[in-house]
Design a binder for this molecule. Structure first.
Ligand SMILES: Nc1ncnc2c1ncn2[C@@H]1O[C@H](COP(=O)(O)OP(=O)(O)O[C@H]2O[C@H](CO)[C@@H](O)[C@H](O)[C@H]2O)[C@@H](O)[C@H]1O
Length: 661
């Protein structure tokens, strides 16, 4: 191949405009690039990521004209202020590239050249990168050195939900944003989830296209699946297509409860996900066998089992590793033992998923309690386990929080870690949120007061600015402590407060919400359904957000609430304990410390006590209240910290050999 410089042309565009081709300029600032080669065609490709002034990631495409355009994520390199946009130093051009070059290498960039960068409204801005300053040069050199030492991974997330395509709860939020944060850090990231078509509107998948690739997977006899794909925000979003994913309802069920064939549907997902890195040539080449699978919850729990039982014995995925992320241990994918033969695992692997319920949990005299438990099988065979907060990582090793799996999880403590979730700070930003009528920030709360009045008006509640509005958003599920709400809130409504509830799930609670509305016309509103814009409007409008969760692996609503200046009142459990700092009015020379109230034990009395304290503080101690709001709003909720912790887990996963029997 020889020197590539003369043949390489950078083409930087995220605006969808025709890619501009330029000859490679020469060096001033030192940059570093990751070169990946298509094993088949030896094609190095490159892409640069940056951030604009509001922190939105920018993706610059680098193309090689060796054999057509390609793009790959590339780590951030330095910073150059272009006036209109703040970008990370552009890579453009390289000095030389030998054919065998695979590892990070240094390349040189020079003074002026044109790039296309979208500004905050998405339009392209043509900018000239002026000669870099010495500060930038220094930064570049430092970062280049850091990046040269950085290991990048082929990461494959497997999940039953990924926002914005599909969402029933917090799993979608995490799998919609953590992969992007990892891609920004230079990893090649794929997310695989089902292509749900619910028959009403499938606009979420409008930009996704059929790869035309179909593959047969050996489970439940033999099944054929297709793959759809979209490359967005530096991530390959892959959707497994099968008729069983095309039906009304949410990813797991409909008004009549959970779908009866969920084991079938998610077994398909796991099998298809194991094939995808081998068969999908995304932007030119496959992810290949050296992958890190991130299996989220039981729906992807077969992944480590399939790697160990089906692929590795045949020499495939020998260098792959798997990490199980537990978002909710209460759901384990348990079905009768007779379904084992459908899972596509060899008969001798039965014991890995075998799960026998204790006698007290069996339903009748002839019930032997024999089941297959997919999550259990994953815990046994996976290389590492992550839960979504440190508190929950400990709780699941106790008999109270382990949902029957605590002993097994305790036995795997050495590979178990907790990492608190971040949030999508672009999606959840009170200064620019498209779902809320007024914007506000930590420096000016006027917009929040207007949001409150607007929601009161929208819901037909009296517009009382001095009346604290308490919100609840979440699945109407035993986990979320709705029984406590149902017993405690009618008592609280004797006081001058308003309570707004958004949720769907348990039918009885939905009926209770409707009856509360007619009993407390001026004080209670219940919105039955799943509605993302309304969830943003409630978060922006309410003064207090209640989360009396029985257990909470991490919880996202308390994070959204704090970012929006709504003070959380939570049960002190799991991730809520880790993320909500209990308010101490005396600390900090009487100015107070903390971001909310974390009550314990989980009783109606202790919940009401915390709520009454919050209400009194809201009414009578304005300065303390503003302090609470400000501290919550100023915290760092980005994914960056969590993403770097995940990277550490990736490295640990690779240190140990994979699970073999
Ligand atoms: N009716 C409705 N309308 C609109 N939006 C609604 C809604 N009901 C819920 N939501 C949204 O769904 C998400 C719920 O996230 P949570 O983390 O609070 O809970 P969940 O139990 O689903 O997630 C599990 O996984 C996540 C991610 O790891 C963990 O944080 C959590 O503890 C664990 O139980 C939030 O974005 C919320 O706004």
């Amino acid at each position: 191949m020889g020197s590539l410089r003369a043949r390489f042309s950078a083409a930087l565009s995220t605006s969808g405009r025709p890619v501009q081709r330029r000859r490679s300029p020469r060096a001033v600032a030192r940059c570093s690039g990751w070169w990946r080669r298509n094993p088949a065609s030896v094609r190095p490709v490159m892409c640069v990521l940056g951030k604009n002034k509001v922190g939105k990631p920018l993706r610059w495409k680098g193309t090689s004209d060796l054999d057509g355009p390609s793009e790959r994520p590339h780590p951030l390199i330095g910073t150059v202020d272009l006036g209109e946009v703040l970008v990370n130093e552009a890579y453009e051009g390289l000095e030389s590239c030998e054919e065998e070059l695979e590892a990070p290498t240094s390349v040189n960039v020079t003074g002026k050249h044109e790039v296309f960068i979208p500004n905050t409204s998405g339009e392209a801005v043509t900018a000239m990168i002026a000669t870099t300053t010495s500060k930038v040069k220094e930064e570049n050199t430092g970062k280049a050195e850091q990046l040269q030492n950085k290991v990048v991974f082929n990461v494959v997330f497997v999940t039953s939900e990924a926002g914005p395509y599909s969402k029933a709860g917090g799993l979608a939020d995490v799998c919609g944003s953590l992969p992007i944060a990892l891609a920004v850090r230079g990893h090649r990231v794929m997310v695989i989830s089902p292509r749900y078509l619910n028959g009403v509107s499938n606009s979420e998948y409008a930009t996704v296209s059929d790869t035309g690739i179909r593959t047969k997977v050996s489970c439940f006899g033999q099944q054929e699946v297709g793959f759809f794909h979209e490359y967005r925000a530096g991530v390959d979003w892959v959707f497994v297509d099968h008729p069983s994913f095309h039906r009304p309802g949410n990813p797991y069920g409909d008004g009549n409860g959970a779908f009866g064939d969920n084991q079938f549907r998610f077994t398909l997902l796991s099998h298809a996900a194991c094939e995808a890195p081998l068969v999908l040539p995304l932007k030119g080449y496959t992810y290949g066998q050296s992958c890190l699978f991130i299996a989220n919850d039981w729906h992807a729990g077969l992944i480590p089992l399939l790697l160990a039982a089906k692929y590795r014995p045949h020499g495939v995925y020998k260098d792959a590793r798997s990490i199980l992320v537990i978002h909710n241990l209460a759901h384990q994918g348990v079905e009768p033992a007779t379904t084992y033969h459908n899972l596509g695992l060899p008969p001798e692997w039965y014991s890995a998923v075998e799960w026998v319920f204790p006698e007290w949990a069996r339903t009748h005299a002839l019930d032997k309690g024999e089941t297959v438990n997919i999550l259990k099988g994953a815990i046994v065979t996976v290389d590492r386990i992550v839960t979504v907060s440190e508190g929950y990582a400990w709780e699941i090793t106790t008999s109270e929080g382990g949902c029957g799996l605590h002993e097994l999880l305790s036995s795997r403590k050495s590979v178990l870690n907790g990492i608190s979730n971040g949030i999508d700070v672009d999606d959840w930003d009170p200064t620019s949120d498209k779902h809320i009528p007024f914007h506000y920030s930590v420096d000016d709360f006027t917009g929040k007061a207007k949001c409150k009045a607007a929601l009161q008006k929208e819901l037909g509640l009296p517009i009382w600015s001095k009346c604290p509005v308490i919100g609840f958003i979440g699945r109407l599920d035993y986990q979320k402590g709705i029984d406590l709400i149902m017993t405690g809130i009618p008592e609280l409504l004797q006081d001058d407060i308003q309570f707004i509830m958004l949720g769907t799930g348990d039918r009885q609670t939905e009926d209770w919400m409707r009856s509360m509305e007619s009993n407390f016309k001026e004080k209670f509103r219940g919105w039955v359904g799943f509605n993302v814009p309304i969830s943003h409007r409630i978060t922006a409008a309410c003064d207090i957000l209640l989360m009396p969760s029985r257990f909470e692996p991490c919880g996202l609503n308390q994070l959204y609430a704090m970012r929006y200046g709504a003070v959380p009142v939570v049960h002190r459990t799991g991730g809520l304990r880790d993320t909500v700092e209990n308010f101490n009015p005396h600390a900090n020379e009487g100015r107070g410390l903390g971001t909310g109230w974390a009550f314990s034990p989980l009783t109606k009395e202790s919940m009401l006590r915390a709520l009454r304290l919050a209400i009194t503080t809201f009414r009578d101690h304005k300065a303390l209240w503003e302090g609470l709001m400000k501290r919550g709003m100023s915290r760092d909720y980005t994914w960056e910290k969590a993403a770097s912790k995940y990277e550490q887990i990736f490295q640990w996963a690779l240190i140990d050999p994979p699970y073999v029997r």
